[in-house]
Design a protein. Structure first.
Length: 212
């Protein structure tokens, strides 16, 4: 049975409104984590009833943002070249590529950093970033075996430390203290993993050039 002509535009408008609300939330929550849903509705250019029709409360809105972030992270991990196994590129290049791939996702959703544990809970945050953690740990484990990265810490612990450093850098971007397209962060991560600074810079520059 064909749908009434008016329903298609209505559904399209609903999708557009939902996308606009989420985009506005990403921006405004970064500026003010305690912004109210009424204020978000005004910033998004929709009436309060429209916002609450999509997101009946703050928890629902944050969960939608978390799901978006999780999908973006999974897509970034899946699209990365093979990081381990036969034919994989050197571990330092794999880590640089991984860092550069993850940075735009972290940058887009960095407002969740201020809200994650308070509003989403540790278990939900872990679920969202687990694919990225597993990929980073695999790269670090291979690099340690190849003698590229230091072995002072087990791969999973080193991965957690680099993750925390990335979060700290994203928070500095959020505060306006740092401007970065991801290349500076990638260099820092390689150095922290044990790659000499000069080589780290060259690797990141080369990998970044390939991505443009």
């Amino acid at each position: 049975m064909s749908q009434p002509a008016g329903r298609v535009p209505q559904r399209r408008n609903a999708r557009s409104n939902r996308a606009r609300i989420l985009a506005t939330a990403r921006q405004e929550l970064g500026r003010n984590p305690d912004i109210t849903l009424e204020e978000l509705a005004r910033a998004a250019g929709v009436v309060r009833r429209t916002l609450f029709g999509h997101f009946p409360g703050r928890a629902a809105l944050l969960e939608a943002l978390a799901e978006e972030a999780g999908e973006a992270l999974r897509a970034a991990v899946a699209s990365a070249p093979q990081a381990t196994g036969e034919g994989a590129e050197p571990a330092e290049r794999a880590l640089a590529r991984f860092a550069l791939s993850m940075w735009p996702v972290g940058d887009r959703y960095r407002m969740l950093l201020a809200l994650a544990h308070r509003d989403l809970g540790r278990e939900r945050v872990t679920e969202i970033i687990e694919p990225a953690r597993a990929a980073a740990t695999a790269i670090l484990q291979r690099g340690q075996g190849d003698g590229v990265f230091h072995t002072h810490l087990p791969p999973a612990v080193l991965s957690a430390a680099l993750e925390a450093m990335t979060v700290a850098l994203l928070e500095e971007v959020n505060s306006g203290a740092l401007e970065d397209d991801g290349t500076r962060a990638a260099v820092v991560l390689l150095i922290a993993a044990g790659v000499p600074e000069k080589h780290a810079r060259l690797v990141v520059e080369d990998v970044a050039a390939e991505r443009t």
